[in-house]
Design a protein around this ligand. Sequence first.
Ligand code: UDP
Ligand code: MG
Length: 330
Amino acid sequence: MTLPTPAAAPVVRPPLRLTCVVPAYNEAAHLAAFLEALHATAKTLTSEVEIIVVNDGSRDATQAIARELGPRLGLRYLELSRNFGKEAALTAGLAHARGNAVLLIDADFQHPLSLVPEMAALWRSGYDMVYGVIAERAGEAWTKRVGTRLFYGLLHAGSSIDMPQHAGDFRWMDGRVVEALRQMPERNRYMKGLYAWVGFRSVALPFTPDTRRSGESHFSLRNLVMLALEGLTSFSSLPLRVWSAAGLIISFLAICYGLWIAIEAMLFGNPLNGWPTLAAGLMLFSGVQLLSIGILGEYIGRIYTEVKGRPLYLLAEDLDHSALNPAARA
Ligand code: UDP
Ligand code: MG
């Protein structure tokens, strides 16, 4: 499902100054080829291009590649002090973007470069955000497909914000959207939710991801479950509410049962029995209580990280060969 798409309002866009943000975590095997290809594509759109490579704590030759290609391709190279995760890497890239439009794209050739001109055209026609929506998940394991379905179903049920399903981080954003995203202070970042939260005129662009050029996805089942928890707790309080409702229903049933026991004893002189029921009930409700405390804990843990207010990422290096660097223009 995609969101209803508001028609683009006719706007006059200023000349495009494009920032491409590329998060890279151990992508050295194909990074040089990717950056060359991205540069070539971007140059067909405008002469003012900067490519921000965010090295998310890679343990490979990413740094050497970026240093070598930097001056020629106009790279901005940001190195995080360790692996902070893709969401933090994107945040770092967005924080340093200087263009009036930003393209987020993975470094593994999975996001087709051939769609970038179309994104630019949609932006020019008045859309502030063009997001890629995965049209086909053919190559993915069934566990991942079922899990994704379940997650989007829960999120849709529990969140007041309509988040487009199967939309990834492949997207083109106007400078105003980027500015809005920069104002989001939260530490627990579920980017897909944040994109939807800021709003603006958005349009979906269906695409089929290409196969990864080399290496493997960094998102294991465990990572995806963590990300899903992040999304659910950041954008929905349904898990908390479910337990209030369950508590209410269980209490009501307990009262009915209590009344029934009393009536039975008074009318029929039934001696108190039903110890097995008691034992089973006790175990069931202890379990339910622990579960609901655990869910509370998830939220409290997140409040704790927010309260600590630590930076989202730390920069270890910042090499600026960008054409959009004001110093470079002077
Ligand atoms: N990535 C990152 N930090 C991480 C994991 C991934 O910057 O901790 C980058 C990775 O280099 C790639 C993009 O995020 O450019 C998407 O990662 P991947 O291809 O592993 O994910 P998938 O395509 O399976 O969603
Ligand atoms: Mg990938």
